[in-house]
Design a protein around this ligand. Structure first.
Ligand code: AMP
Length: 141
């Protein structure tokens, strides 16, 4: 796997150099809405530690990251009235990874509703901002 690139877009989001629709943050973890969501509420959970992908993170940091995913996912489902959620995570360009800072996709699912294709359709910015506010509230409770 390639070395970590400090200029990848999620590193810039973590440094506050570019905006995002943040929904959660703690000492080690950051979460924000995917701007090309596969379903309403599609969000990304990332470690603050520099890691290109799943092979590049300390196991203890990975455990912490997944504990946050485990904590937020049911709150996301409840806040949106979803029927469940899907976890997606890509490793390597050949596998479909496009941003080389490890990220876990949490994708809410509704029975009978198809997913939009991965990373293709930009969502409405106002709708994302409104949704981020709602989820921030749900995650802080
Ligand atoms: P992948 O590396 O294949 O897991 O995909 C990267 C994901 O990041 C895609 O789902 C994109 O829609 C999403 N994405 C790319 N840039 C941004 C951004 N600036 N803010 C939020 N999501 C992004």
């Amino acid at each position: 796997m390639a070395a970590y690139d400090d200029d990848n877009i999620f590193a810039k989001i973590l440094r506050g150099e570019i905006p995002c629709f943040k929904v959660y943050e703690d000492d080690d973890t950051f979460a924000f809405l995917d701007i090309m969501p596969r379903s309403n509420g599609h969000m990304l959970v990332i470690p603050k530690a520099k890691a290109t992908d799943l092979t590049d993170i300390d196991p203890a940091d990975l455990a912490g990251l997944m504990a946050v995913v485990q904590k937020l996912a049911p709150k996301l489902v409840a806040a949106l009235g979803a029927d469940g959620f899907m976890i997606q995570q890509f490793n390597g360009a050949g596998a479909g990874q496009t941003v080389f800072h490890l990220h876990i996709h949490i994708i809410p699912r509704w029975e009978g509703e198809s997913l939009k294709p991965h990373g293709t359709t930009m969502a409405d910015k106002d709708a994302l901002a409104e949704l981020a506010e709602k989820l921030k509230g749900a995650f802080s409770g």
